[in-house]
Design a binder for this molecule. Structure first.
Ligand SMILES: Cc1cc2nc3c(=O)[nH]c(=O)nc-3n(C[C@H](O)[C@H](O)[C@H](O)COP(=O)(O)OP(=O)(O)OC[C@H]3O[C@@H](n4cnc5c(N)ncnc54)[C@H](O)[C@@H]3O)c2cc1C
Length: 481
């Protein structure tokens, strides 16, 4: 039999104590949605069922007890840390859910210079770890725009990626080991080793799971030496995106790894760099690392760009200034709330990835369809490529539109249809959804789209390692304890 709200709350008060089971109405409202519903939140509209409680465990053992009770009683659990999610991953769509808030588990547990590792609890804010590391000459290499807001549980759960990804990769390249709690209360650890070859890498059941499989309590990431004095900044104005994408491809495929390699189209360029973009596309590189590497990367960028002729270099200082103001903190979120309320202009983003051969077509097709099919008045409709890989790049679509209807209806009127067009055009040309901030409420749909029949592989993973199964059992040695 389903428990009532009151029974759920009193059970958790018994498990955690009343001060860590929050039930005041405004907290429940604020925890019923994330920034996917930001306009509604600004206008005080809470359309989703409110959670029964926000519970705040302080140890992995408490997380285990919280999840076990939920599991045994069919209570929906929404894990949370920094609360900066943008894709609906924090929506409490199921009646009487509990939000399990890990932000109180916020200790930096170990900085291990010998092995270049940092171990943190899930509620450690990325900026706090980064600041602490920089003081002693190291860095996480991770710089999502939400660095001052996002915490390690969410960073791993959303498969986050930052602005220096071309050099350091996404969180999947940084995560070494993890501790996570499964719904039955089992606490599992994946240890910190440089590489493993024992079957499929099950860290990937944790990375990007968006709270749908387990609750991350502790994370160990790589750290890197920090050489800000060697940073070199490059900015160019170009006439079209195609040239910019070709330059990006050339730099990356020749084997160079600038930390920042970004290309903004004319519209997005005007938005970010109005003071110098002159209505043209903006291409940005930052070369970093030990001096000989930063210098060589910089020299190669200059040479490669020069072979494309039409690129005009801007002052390095302009790019350095941009670099020094990359992030959004709580005050910026507040500013945005005021701005949306006053202007009724809402901004959103959708990010996809595609191989070099299709990315330009995805970009132009999606933008053309949005212009033709969506009646919104746009104050910005454009995009940029911000993470490049050997095989291709991503495209980050940015759209700011006038809310000309009841703000409570705005999301379904514009944001969803725009996002749908981008997704359709991407999948048509063989690209993939690649929200750096997770796919949130679209998770189930995109998993099926992305992996199709290979989801079967995931389902059979367990069976494949069953000693009584039919596939290549080999000789099985019992583990000596
Ligand atoms: C202004 C702004 C800029 C942003 N820029 C970027 C960017 O550049 N790159 C980027 O990747 N993202 C970006 N994001 C999105 C967001 O910051 C990231 O997704 C971030 O990783 C979320 O971390 P969080 O701690 O805030 O997680 P939350 O918002 O608390 O949760 C996010 C998701 O992770 C799950 N989750 C949270 N904690 C846990 C846990 N302990 N165990 C299991 N699941 C958990 C939640 O259920 C939810 O689905 C941006 C967001 C904002 C508001």
């Amino acid at each position: 039999m389903r428990l009532t709200r009151e029974q759920i709350v009193s059970a958790y008060v018994e498990i955690l104590g009343s001060e860590r089971v929050i039930t005041d109405e405004q907290t429940l409202k604020d925890n019923s949605a994330d920034r996917y519903y930001k306009v509604e939140n600004i206008f005080g509209i809470y359309a989703l069922p409110l959670p029964a409680a926000v519970v705040k465990p302080g140890t992995p053992q408490e997380v285990a007890r919280v999840l076990k009770f939920a599991n045994e009683n069919g209570i929906n659990v929404v894990p949370k840390t920094g609360g900066s999610a943008t894709e609906g991953g924090l929506e409490t769509v199921v009646e009487d859910s509990i939000v399990v808030d890990g932000s109180g588990m916020n200790q930096i547990l170990n900085i291990d210079i010998a092995n270049m590792l940092a171990t943190v609890q899930c509620g450690v804010c990325l900026e706090d770890l980064e600041n602490e590391l920089r003081e002693i000459g190291y860095t996480t290499g991770h710089s999502p725009q939400s660095k001052p807001l996002a915490q390690y549980g969410g960073l791993v759960a959303t498969r986050s990626i930052g602005q220096f990804s071309t050099l350091y990769g996404g969180i999947e390249d940084m995560l070494v080991g993890v501790e996570t709690v499964f719904p039955n209360g089992e606490i599992c650890r994946i240890k910190n080793v440089p590489r493993r070859a024992a079957g499929p890498d099950i860290r990937h059941l944790v990375i990007g799971n968006e709270g749908a499989l387990n609750f991350i309590t502790e994370v160990t990431v790589k750290i890197f030496r920090y050489y800000p004095e060697n940073n070199k900044f490059y900015g160019y104005l170009l006439n079209d995106m195609k040239t910019g994408l070709e330059i990006l491809r050339e730099v990356i495929t020749q084997g160079y790894r600038p930390s920042v390699a970004r290309l903004y189209d004319k519209e997005d360029g005007l938005y970010h760099f109005r003071h110098f973009s002159d209505g043209r596309c903006v291409l940005i590189f930052v070369a970093e690392g030990p001096k000989p590497i930063a210098d060589a990367t910089g020299a190669a960028i200059e040479e490669i760009v020069s072979t494309f002729g039409s690129a005009d270099r801007v002052e390095d200082k302009l790019i350095e200034d941009w670099f020094d103001n990359l992030n959004w903190d709580v005050s910026k979120i507040e500013e945005e709330r005021v701005e949306i309320r006053e202007t009724l202009i809402n901004g959103f983003t959708t990010e996809i990835s595609g191989n070099w051969s299709v990315i330009h077509d995805i970009y132009t097709n999606a933008l053309a369809r949005i212009r033709n099919e969506i009646s919104a008045e746009f104050s910005l409709l454009g995009g940029h490529s911000s993470h490049s890989y050997l095989n291709g790049t991503n495209m980050y679509f940015v759209y700011y539109y006038k809310i000309d209807v009841d703000p409570t209806e705005e999301r379904s009127t514009y944001h969803d249809p725009i996002q749908n067009i981008i997704v359709e055009e991407t999948l048509k040309l063989g690209g993939s959804m690649c929200h750096h901030h997770g796919v949130g409420k679209h998770r189930t749909h995109f998993l099926a789209e992305e992996y199709g029949s290979s989801l079967y592989m995931l389902e059979t993973l367990k069976a494949a390692f069953d000693p009584n199964g039919i596939m290549n059992r080999g000789t099985i040695f019992p583990l000596k304890k």
